[in-house]
Design a binder for this molecule. Structure first.
Ligand code: ADP
Ligand code: MG
Length: 256
């Protein structure tokens, strides 16, 4: 049985069907890319899975349990993680302190205990940082890190909750191509090592084709194709709806 089973999921805003009855599955240890033009319904889909938005139709089974109707915190507790941007207020903390905060939160401790807990699970935090290649920068403030390194720390923070499924909405936005590849290579490693499932959106087709095990394609709220990257690449409906006639993945990539 798949870890995540989405069936006939839908959400409207006013008269607009942002997500229009989509179904897909995601297995443990699988990296699934969700692609589609702006406004296709990708973020709405993510936010229904993580509980920020309530679906108006359909079902989201995670580990066999219904997520629709549950609160974000409950869903997070069950093992659905997501990456967050490090808030400005936390940027002055060191790298390891940020991960320690995430461990505190995972353990259900209040942030007010922080002052007394400056070395709370420090070794565990350092181990998480080791997994994302950031242990050597553990004692630097996040505010001085390179952008790609901040993204690695954000990944370590998400790992503090030991998610079975990690949701990443445009994780590589604003990154240079090399940084994108490095972040996705790292994500792939975590998927393999931990048997974690990842659902991510990504604009760079190079990244999607290089790292995704499978892809699903949305257009105007509908799922128009799913399959392995090479199958999607040659799918006429995808070429047509996603890029307009006459364009291909290759020249789209060259144009951006
Ligand atoms: P994507 O992430 O693929 O760019 P979104 O899921 O953000 O797409 O948006 C899908 C559609 O739903 C768009 O038409 C968008 O304008 C609309 N939409 C998304 N969120 C809201 C909202 N909170 N209120 C009204 N309309 C929304
Ligand atoms: Mg979006």
């Amino acid at each position: 049985m798949s870890l995540l089973q989405v069936n006939n999921l839908g959400k409207s805003f006013g008269g607009v069907k942002a997500v229009d009855g989509i179904s897909f599955e995601l297995a443990a240890g699988e990296l699934l890319a969700l692609i589609g033009p702006n406004g296709a319904g990708k973020s709405t889909t993510f936010n229904m899975v993580n509980g920020q938005l309530k679906a108006d139709q359909g079902s989201i089974l995670f580990d066999g349990e219904e997520l629709v109707g549950r609160r974000p915190r409950e869903i997070w507790r069950r093992g659905v993680g997501r990456t967050f941007q490090i808030a400005e207020t936390f940027a002055s903390l060191t790298v390891v302190e940020n991960v320690q905060m995430a461990l505190l939160s995972h353990d259900g401790k209040l942030f007010s205990t922080w002052r007394r807990a400056a070395d709370y699970r420090r070794d565990d935090a350092l181990q998480l940082l080791d997994q994302v290649g950031m242990q050597r920068q553990a004692d630097r403030p996040c505010s001085v890190l390179a952008y790609g390194d901040v993204k690695r720390v954000e990944l370590a923070i998400a790992m503090a909750n030991s998610p079975k499924l990690l949701l990443m909405d445009e994780p590589t936005a604003g990154m240079a191509p090399q940084e994108r590849n490095s972040l996705m290579a790292l994500t792939k490693e975590l998927v393999v090592q931990r048997g974690m499932a990842v659902l991510f959106t990504e604009h760079s087709m190079d990244v999607v084709f290089a790292y995704a095990d499978r892809m699903i394609v949305l257009a105007r709220g509908r799922l128009i194709a799913q399959g392995k990257p090479l199958e999607i690449r040659d799918h006429p409906k995808v070429q047509e709806v996603y890029f307009g006639s006459g364009k291909t993945f290759e020249n789209k990539e060259a144009a951006t």
